[in-house]
Write a protein that binds this ligand. Structure first.
Ligand SMILES: Nc1ncnc2c1ncn2[C@@H]1O[C@H](COP(=O)(O)OP(=O)(O)OP(=O)(O)O)[C@@H](O)[C@H]1O
Ligand SMILES: [Mg+2]
Length: 288
């Protein structure tokens, strides 16, 4: 195909992806820069808590190489389907959460995705363009670690209006230095930062109730103050999280936990902030 025709096709696909994304009232990108700090857990739990609050929720797992959302929602054995017009139909998870993830496409969740950056970026655009989401209140996007090809493609496709980033960090300087890169990344791309989730904040001893800072004492407040934002919630490090994920129904196993309570508080704040922001028409948008 001639170069011009290919470029036109690419632009048309991007346009379709943008249009699809704008079907949601709000888009929440859960990102961090740092690997392993809990982005996927925060994405899944925020989706649960928003759905509990009566919102219509979809979740897009943008981590093509390390897709974790299906397992966190207990739907790892489901597969995406395609309708007669070639649209991808999301899998419906607990509380009616609609999910699109790489591991819902692969023959086996253990198959590796061996793609270079440009192919992965193209896959993201095609997925966003081909999924029949319908409309909804919130689209939560679980980002992969880092600020490479996929995060850039995702961020560039997002309508700037009503798209927000939730930044996840662990309370130590090693995490926060790298997390700062993600904050600068979203700000440069003109996305509003809603605030910081300090995950693995403390461990509460189930016997004596004493709280210990296992992952460090460098609270997210430091990052928040540097970037003029706020710590939205502090999530404890809790063994129930992994025990629950190892069951077939993580939501059921977590719904009465302290961790879930913390995520309900996060969802409440997110709802308040995006609605206030929308009413005011502007606020902490990135061009600082
Ligand atoms: N608050 C918590 N309490 C206990 N375990 C947690 C907590 N948060 C995350 N974990 C566990 O830590 C591990 C990493 O979490 P998760 O996969 O959500 O991180 P991530 O930032 O998405 O990682 P990646 O960068 O690989 O995408 C998982 O096993 C998860 O269950
Ligand atoms: Mg992840």
């Amino acid at each position: 195909m001639a170069l011009q025709a290919r470029l036109a096709q690419q632009r048309a696909l991007e346009e379709k992806a943008r249009k699809n994304l704008s079907m949601f009232k709000y888009r929440i990108i859960v990102t961090s820069g740092k690997g392993g700090v809990g982005k996927s857990l925060v994405s899944a739990m925020l989706a649960y808590a928003l759905a509990e609050a009566g919102k219509s929720i979809a979740i897009f797992d943008a981590d093509l190489y390390g897709s974790s959302i299906p397992q966190l929602l207990g739907i790892q054995n489901a597969r995406l389907s395609v309708d007669e017009e070639g649209n991808i139909i999301p899998v419906e998870g607990p509380l009616g959460i609609r999910v699109v993830a790489m591991n819902l496409i692969l023959d086996s969740p253990e198959s590796p995705v061996i793609w270079r950056g440009p192919l992965a970026s193209r896959a993201i655009i095609e997925l966003f363009a081909s999924v029949k989401w319908g409309s909804g209140d919130y689209l939560v996007v679980d980002m992969p670690p880092g600020t490479g090809d996929i995060p850039l493609t995702v961020a560039q496709l997002m309508p700037k209006e009503n798209t927000y980033a939730v930044i996840v960090t662990a309370p130590n300087l090693l995490s926060e230095t790298i997390v700062a890169k993600a904050i600068n990344f979203v700000l440069r791309l003109g996305i509003n930062v809603l605030g910081i989730v300090e995950n693995m904040s403390y461990f509460k001893c189930p016997y004596c109730g004493k709280e210990t800072s296992i992952m460090g004492k460098f609270g997210g407040e430091y990052l928040a103050s540097r970037y003029g934002t706020q710590v939205l919630v502090k999530i404890p490090l809790d063994p129930i999280v992994n025990e629950a994920i190892d069951t077939n129904n993580p939501y059921e196993a977590l719904k009465n936990s302290e961790v879930m309570k913390a995520f309900r508080a996060l969802a409440k704040k997110v709802i308040e902030l995006v609605e206030t922001h929308q009413q005011q028409g502007s606020a902490s948008s990135g061009d600082k």
